[in-house]
Design a protein around this ligand. Structure first.
Ligand SMILES: Nc1ncnc2c1ncn2[C@@H]1O[C@H](COP(=O)(O)OP(=O)(O)OP(=O)(O)O)[C@@H](O)[C@H]1O
Ligand SMILES: [Mg+2]
Length: 240
């Protein structure tokens, strides 16, 4: 049976450059359960997600691995209503979102680190991105931990790929502090250097909330409670 992590895991969020505010907001986090049942998503004739059922318990961390094109991003996007479904239920914290208002609430409950980070049509700065999380202190704290807080005034389109990914990770942690209960992370370490990968794997592990992370990074998967594998749109459990 899954046992939720105890408080104190939050210490990892502060790291060596102790940022007391991080431990404060982290202590208030809690996870929400996600139940996906019979979910299918199609692109024309292609079935990208094929009759998938999966459960993430409140506070559980689940990795989704699998080959390129197997349906991981499509599944995460479907949880957020960014991807239409042809059938199935996606229940987060007891609600299967259908109305626009329910989808708005869903996106607040489930902050997302997208696989491809868009810099937007207007020149948003790092500071503005972190602010948009809804919890500036937490986002800036994680940005500090990830070494990108000093880039605050820089427009997003001037950042390197890894710097941009770090900023979106920091924003998502801020959104978790602002009421998020399930973090949906889509290959959050793909653009990062070796140290960055380790740091982010540790930050994810320390988050006392639910996490569903699509990843090709063994370090991230190894630190999850369970690993699911996707192949041709279907999901199977590979490690408890
Ligand atoms: N907007 C789209 N229109 C048409 N086909 C799409 C679209 N988005 C994804 N697909 C297809 O759906 C399948 C699943 O794609 P998805 O992005 O979910 O894979 P993934 O497992 O996340 O892969 P990766 O590991 O490369 O990120 C692929 O065959 C892809 O080509
Ligand atoms: Mg993907």
């Amino acid at each position: 049976m899954f046992v939720p992590p105890v408080a104190g895991a939050c210490a990892e969020l502060s790291g060596e450059s102790a940022a007391p505010a991080l431990a404060d907001w982290c202590a208030g986090l809690r996870g929400a359960a996600l139940t996906i049942d019979g979910l299918s998503c199609r692109f024309g004739g292609l079935v990208a997600v094929d009759d998938v059922g999966l459960q993430v318990e409140a506070g559980e961390h689940v990795a989704l691995v699998g080959t390129n094109g197997s349906g991981k991003s499509t599944l995460l996007r479907a949880v957020l209503g960014l991807q239409g479904r042809s059938r199935g239920r996606i229940v987060l914290d007891g609600t299967d979102a259908r109305s626009p208002g329910e989808w708005d609430a869903r996106r607040r409950l489930a902050p997302w680190i997208p696989q491809r980070q868009a810099t937007g049509r207007f020149p948003l700065t790092v500071d503005e991105l972190l602010d948009s999380s809804g919890h500036r202190a937490a986002a800036v704290g994680v940005a500090t931990r990830l070494g990108v807080a000093a880039l605050a005034r820089q427009p997003l389109h001037t950042l390197s790929g890894g710097q941009l990914q770090r900023c979106f990770i920091a924003r998502a942690f801020g959104a978790m502090a602002n009421g998020g209960r399930l973090l949906l992370a889509d290959e959050p370490t793909a653009a990062l250097d070796f140290d960055g990968r380790d740091t982010v794997a540790g930050l994810l592990r320390a988050l006392p909330a639910s996490v569903l992370v699509a990843t090709h990074d063994r370090a991230v998967a190894a630190r999850c409670d369970r690993v699911l594998e996707m192949a041709n749109g279907r999901v199977r459990e590979v490690r408890m």
